[in-house]
Design a protein. Structure first.
Length: 306
């Protein structure tokens, strides 16, 4: 009978859900932890519309981060599905990280999120105070104290994903509390999102960043086709959906300048993603009241998983 070597390090693996209010910095932290961009980021609420899994490998662990839509008071069927998706991600995970913006005082929205964190069965619960680069250390510490009152967190960490501050500490903390287990995904896989989903997300991100404040929530994007001419050149067609004819004109812009700007900015991210030259053909289509149409939400892949 052989005994296990007590010096042999245990391999740990598991899933952590990132939850928080809109614009808490979930997708920015996800990208920083992975080391390159896989999730769309903007200062517009509801930029994240689907749960995305990103894989982080260390010599002794495989951490699967589940990025979720920001929890908010829904105004339409889309908002309800986004909340359902985010709350559904709290089930069957090994850890939950609740993100709180360092520069926004803790409020009722955070308390509502924390109530769901308290109620979930995840064995490890981590408080993450984000955007530390935008506040003083004293303000960040005060935010940690205030946020700790909302739930019984096992640990707390202050991060700045923009500057890479304590991102490794976040990964190490969660990894250390994962159960022993195998690698769930191959080493070369960084996300479970398809190429089509990533292309659509990057285009939508640029639309969010460039359009008027009232337009982004009416925007959806579908990647219709990716055709590889050879290993270094791809041709992509995608459609931007809006709800009204007037919005279509805004997306296209005078002389087509706005849609060209969106396409040019998105293409740069897509080329970095694919490490190839990309021709991107964008069009705009009006789909009236799509955010209130459950069938259209499902067709766009935005329906929460049961």
């Amino acid at each position: 009978m052989s005994l296990a070597d007590p010096t042999e390090e245990v391999f740990r693996s598991g899933f952590v859900a990132l939850v928080g209010r809109p614009n808490a910095g979930k997708s920015t932290l996800l990208n920083a932890a992975v080391g390159h961009k896989v999730a769309a980021v903007s200062n517009v609420a509801q930029t994240t519309r689907r749960a995305m899994r990103a894989v982080i490998n260390t010599p002794t662990s495989q951490l699967v981060i589940v990025d979720t839509p920001g929890l908010h008071k829904p105004k339409d069927a889309l908002g309800k599905e986004l909340n359902r998706s985010a709350l559904g991600s709290l089930s069957d995970v090994d850890a939950v990280a609740m993100l709180v913006d360092a520069k926004s005082p803790v409020g009722r929205g955070d308390e509502w999120v924390a109530s769901h964190v308290k109620a979930c069965d995840a064995p490890y619960k981590l408080l993450v105070v984000t955007k530390a680069d935008l506040v003083s250390p004293q303000v960040a510490a005060e935010q940690v104290s205030a946020a700790r009152e909302m739930a019984d967190f096992d640990d707390a960490v202050v991060v700045s994903a923009q500057e890479g501050f304590n991102v490794d500490s976040f990964v190490s903390l969660v990894s250390a509390h994962l159960p022993e287990g195998p690698k769930w995904f191959p080493d070369d896989m960084t996300t479970d999102a398809s190429d089509e989903d990533l292309v659509a997300e990057f285009i939508r991100e640029k639309a969010f960043r460039n359009l008027r404040q009232e337009i982004p929530h009416s925007v959806a994007v579908t990647c219709d086709d990716i055709e590889w001419r050879d290993e270094d050149h791809a041709s992509i067609t995608a459609t931007i959906l809006v709800e009204r004819e007037s919005q279509k004109g805004i997306v296209i812009g005078a002389g087509g300048r706005m849609i060209k700007k969106i396409g040019t900015e998105a293409r740069r991210d897509i080329e970095r993603l694919f490490d190839a030259k990309v021709f991107l053909d964008l069009s705009v289509r009006v789909q009236p009241a799509w955010r209130r149409d459950k069938n259209e939400i499902a067709r766009l892949g935005l329906e929460a998983e049961d």
